[in-house]
Each structure stands twice: as structure tokens, then as C-alpha cells.
Design a protein around this ligand. Structure first.
Ligand code: KPL
Length: 299
């Protein structure tokens, strides 16, 4: 579910690998999605992806991938038959923090897995995606008994051409990805730069470091064990690995869509306030991105 850049890419890769894959699309998207086009550095190809507009068709799924934006999760869950969650593993791959609690409030019994992915994808238009970089995907169970489900989901993804591994502390991974996105995404959205160009701009680099320092203080207070120097290094690595990609927030701003700023820098600001920590740079980036999308419609 979620036929943006990541969902389209994952749908195509899993189909190519022989998994029985079904993409849930919206009205007007179906024919484009059925003949999905994936472009990489080396090739461009079409994949015939099974697609439906009917959420009930997902009822027999073993694994349901949520690749929509975090703010669309509640709507997505409402579309699905409640019984689906009794037998199906749900893997949430959103940027940011906050969506899992909302999911747990609704899906009370089913297995929810959390994940972060460093796969880089740009959606040119519905059904046409650029796979800008292959990156790792990390999953973790939310419930203590769900490790086996996480292992099988990671294996299915890995076999499907999406290298994935399971970790014990997925909360820490979510924070690491949040800090990386907090440093890259708003600055890409504001400057219009591709990921790889951000690190060549000293002013942008200073802002990134400030974002990470503020976010790391929040993590420290919350007991999330990370080192700001390591995160900064990871940001440099991610921007290099995804150099040709336009960050998802830049894609959103360009297309006039709502962004994930609330779930990313907004989470740093909100936690900072609650914990008595100052987060002026995150606040500034937050307001700036909000103002860029103020008069835009939701996804
Ligand atoms: O997660 C991403 C995003 O754009 O949201 C990265 C990994 C930074 C790739 O662009």
C-alpha cells in the first residue's frame, strides 16, 4: 500500500523476484502501475505488476508493506478490512517517528513490524520510478514474540532484491534514520539540491551539524544511545550513496504535496520542548518547510 516512489519500486522489485505481489493503486493510476517502469544507473525496464483498486483484494496477504507517507497511515488502515490484521504481518517503512503508536492503537492484535530503508527512489510520474541507489533496509519487531515474523519478512525482502536485516533495538534505528532525514530532507527541500550536492555546500553542512547536535541531545535525554559524530558521518555516507537522488521531501515540495516535516524535525522540536531542550535550528527548518507547503493540498 502506497504507490509513491518507494512503494512502486518495492512492488516492481518483489514482482521481478517472483513474489506474488499486489499493488493497491488509486483511481486513474492502475494502467501506469501495471506497466511499471524502473530506471537505474545501468538500465531501464518495464515490470508487469499486479495491481488493484480494491483493498479487499489484500485480504489473503501474508505480508502487507505500508510505504505511504506517515501522515497517510490512518486513512490507509481505515480502508482495510479489520480481519486482515489477524493473519497478516504489517511492515511499516515510514520516515520519522509517531506512526507506530497510531498503528498500534488501531491494529491491536496483529503483528506490526517497524522498518527503515535507505533505498533511494524518485518518482518521475505514476508508474515511472528511478532507483537512484540501493541501500540497506532494517526491520524490527514491536512485540517481543514477533522476531520470527521479522526474520521471515527480512528474508522475503532480501530474496526480492531488497537487502534487509533484523535488529533487536528498532527504536534506536528509527531515531538514527530520523536524525539522518532531519539533516538531509528539509535542507534538500529548501535549497532544491540533490542529496549529493548538499555536502559540497559549507553553509548546508553547518546547518546539518546543528540539526544533528540538537537531535542528539534529545536522544540522550530519551536514553537512545547514539553519538552525534557517528550520525554526521552517516549523513555524509547516505548523501554520497544517494548522491543522484532528490530527497523525498524535495519531491513532495516540488509536487505541491504535504511533507513529513512533522514526523521528522517536528518530533525533535516537540520532544525538545517537553524535555526542556532548545532546538532552534530544527524549529527554523520546520517553519521554513511548512511555509513552503502552506497552500498545498494533501497527498
Ligand atoms: O530517506 C531518504 C528520503 O529521501 O526520504 C533518503 C535515504 C535520504 C534518500 O533520499
Amino acid at each position: 500500500m502506497g504507490t509513491g516512489a518507494l512503494g512502486s519500486l518495492f512492488g516492481g522489485l518483489l514482482t521481478e523476484a517472483g513474489h506474488d505481489t499486489l499493488l493497491l493503486g488509486r483511481y486513474g493510476q492502475i494502467s501506469e502501475l501495471q506497466n511499471l517502469r524502473i530506471k537505474t544507473m545501468n538500465n531501464e525496464r518495464n515490470v508487469a505488476v499486479r495491481t488493484t483498486r480494491d483493498p479487499m483484494m489484500l485480504a489473503d496477504s501474508e505480508l502487507l508493506l505500508f510505504t505511504m507517507k506517515s501522515y497517510s497511515i490512518d486513512d490507509a488502515i481505515r480502508q482495510l478490512p479489520a480481519e486482515l490484521f489477524d493473519d497478516c504481518i504489517v511492515l511499516a517503512l515510514q520516515n520519522g517517528i509517531g506512526h507506530l503508536e497510531r498503528m498500534r492503537n488501531v491494529i491491536q492484535n496483529g503483528i506490526i513490524l517497524a522498518g527503515v530503508t535507505y533505498q533511494a527512489a524518485t518518482l518521475i510520474q505514476t508508474g515511472y520510478v528511478i532507483h537512484a541507489a540501493v541501500g540497506p533496509t532494517v526491520l524490527g519487531p514491536l512485540g517481543k514474540d514477533d522476531r520470527v515474523a521479522a526474520e521471515s519478512a527480512a528474508e522475503a525482502l532480501t530474496v526480492g532484491g531488497i537487502p534487509s536485516k533484523v535488529v533487536d533495538d528498532i527504536n534506536r534505528e528509527l531515531w538514527i534514520k530520523l536524525l539522518i532525514n532531519a539533516a538531509i530532507n528539509p535542507l534538500a527541500a529548501i535549497t532544491g539540491m540533490k542529496n549529493g550536492d548538499l555536502v559540497n555546500d559549507p553553509e548546508v553542512m553547518n546547518m546539518m551539524w546543528a540539526v544533528i547536535k540538537e537531535g542528539s541531545s534529545v536522544c540522550e535525554k530519551l536514553g537512545v544511545r547514539i553519538r552525534k559524530e557517528d550520525i554526521f558521518q552517516r549523513v555524509i555516507e547516505v548523501t554520497e550513496a544517494t548522491a543522484g537522488n532528490r530527497s523525498s521531501m524535495l519531491q513532495d515540495v516540488t509536487k505541491g504535496r504535504k511533507t513529513e516535516i512533522e514526523a521528522i524535525n517536528g518530533v525533535i522540536v516537540e520532544n525538545g520542548r517537553r524535555l526542556g531542550l532548545e532546538t532552534p535550528v530544527n524549529e527554523k527548518l520546520f517553519s521554513r518547510v511548512v511555509s513552503l507547503t502552506k497552500f498545498k493540498v494533501d497527498d
